[in-house]
Design a protein around this ligand. Structure first.
Ligand code: F6R
Length: 361
């Protein structure tokens, strides 16, 4: 027993006291997260208007940034095993050189005012690519209106990263309309059920002793988290990293097995390792080679870290598995914000940079 344990206990007490949230979460992010299952269900009903009539594409490009791009990662993860058409997530200005008239471009920006996503939409129009926009408004909505681009209209009032359900589920319908079937019968319903169950397990009313997200945040504390996934969970590791950065305002790193076994693993022999908290994202279908690699990773670098935690996907289909893990990451980064005494909602530096990009010329 020592200072460390006392801090743990103090964090658990704090996370289990309703007054903590009244004080530390004035924007009520906890309500947004608790309503995530309802968000996903509502999102699955959203369709582009006017209805697109595009042929089956050669390639799908999801163009967006930050929280909006992350829905593309989720799509690519679910599509990888199922589609014979590649799904590329493009984060940046313009479009990849190979994107042309036979490819479907989906420009996704929650606010509709992200310069890079607008530039991608403009590039798609000038190259004659079939284009669909997903946005709550802004300049992307205006562009869609002016140019007759099919648009999925999202409700306003959320932070983009907290609109993951809204940004993701319409992608399934858009691809389906071009004869690309990412989810099989029953998989969407399974994902909803898994998310429903998790909402009950991870909310603020569930005590730390039985709440996986609170326990993780309690363990991570002031240590920068380093999140590693396998082939299926790798992109979700990146989503965890960005949620830690934006919600908890901490440095975080993410990597993927097996690649990190060939480079990043060596960094754990340095002195900084003692400060880092290792989080491993496991999946029951990761395969025996990856299972062995995770075991060896724990053995070789686990003792160097400040702490180690493992979490697993839930459910059978890719949709349920990846969404459940992303949802756990959202709650974990939320509680980490509370533990660290920072506002999980606002992103003032990010906003300042966007503002300066618009005004400084
Ligand atoms: C902020 C957030 C960011 C944004 C990004 C792009 O909550 O999640 O990562 O998603 O700055 O903005 P949008 O999504 O509006 O295009």
């Amino acid at each position: 027993m020592g200072i460390h344990d006392t801090t743990h206990d103090a964090r658990a007490l704090m996370l289990d006291a309703p007054v903590t949230y009244e004080r530390a979460d004035v924007h009520r992010v906890r309500d947004v997260l608790a309503k995530f299952p309802a968000q996903c269900r509502a999102a699955a009903e959203l369709r582009p208007v006017p209805t697109p009539t595009f042929p089956r594409p050669r390639l799908v490009v999801v163009a967006g940034m930050g929280g909006s791009a992350s829905s593309g990662d989720l799509l690519a993860g679910c599509a990888a095993e199922r589609l014979d058409v590649p799904v590329i997530v493009h984060r940046g200005y313009g479009l990849p050189t190979l994107a042309g008239g036979r490819d479907l471009v989906i420009a996704t920006s929650y606010s509709g005012d992200t310069a890079e996503s607008l530039s991608a939409a403009e590039a798609a129009l000038s190259r004659g690519c079939p284009l669909v926009a997903i946005t709550s408004g802004g300049r992307l909505a205006a562009l869609a209106r002016e140019r007759g681009v099919p648009r999925v209209t999202l409700p306003v009032g959320l932070m983009p990263r907290m609109a993951l359900g809204y940004l993701f589920f319409p992608l399934l319908g858009i691809l389906k309309s071009t004869d690309l079937h990412v989810s099989k019968g029953g998989e969407v319903e399974e994902a909803f059920e898994v998310i429903d169950a998790l909402a009950g397990e991870l909310g603020t009313a569930r005590p730390t002793a039985t709440n996986e997200a609170k326990r993780l945040a309690q363990g991570i504390g002031n240590h920068p988290p380093v999140v590693y996934g396998g082939p299926v969970t790798g992109t979700t590791a990146y989503r965890w990293k960005t949620d830690f950065e934006e919600n908890s305002k901490t440095f975080a790193a993410a990597g993927v097995l097996p690649e990190m076994n060939h480079n990043e693993i060596e960094a754990w022999s340095g002195p900084l390792a003692r400060e880092l908290y290792l989080v491993l994202l496991r999946d029951r279908e990761e395969g025996p080679e990856i299972t062995r690699r995770f075991a060896l990773l724990r053995e070789l670098i686990g003792p160097s870290a400040a702490g180690v935690a493992e979490v697993s996907t839930r459910g059978g289909g890719y949709l349920a598995r990846l969404l459940s893990l992303a949802y756990l990451g959202q709650w974990t980064s939320y509680y980490l914000a509370i533990v660290r005494g920072v506002d999980p909602w606002s992103v003032p530096v990010l906003d300042a940079l966007k503002g300066r990009m618009r005004t400084d010329r």
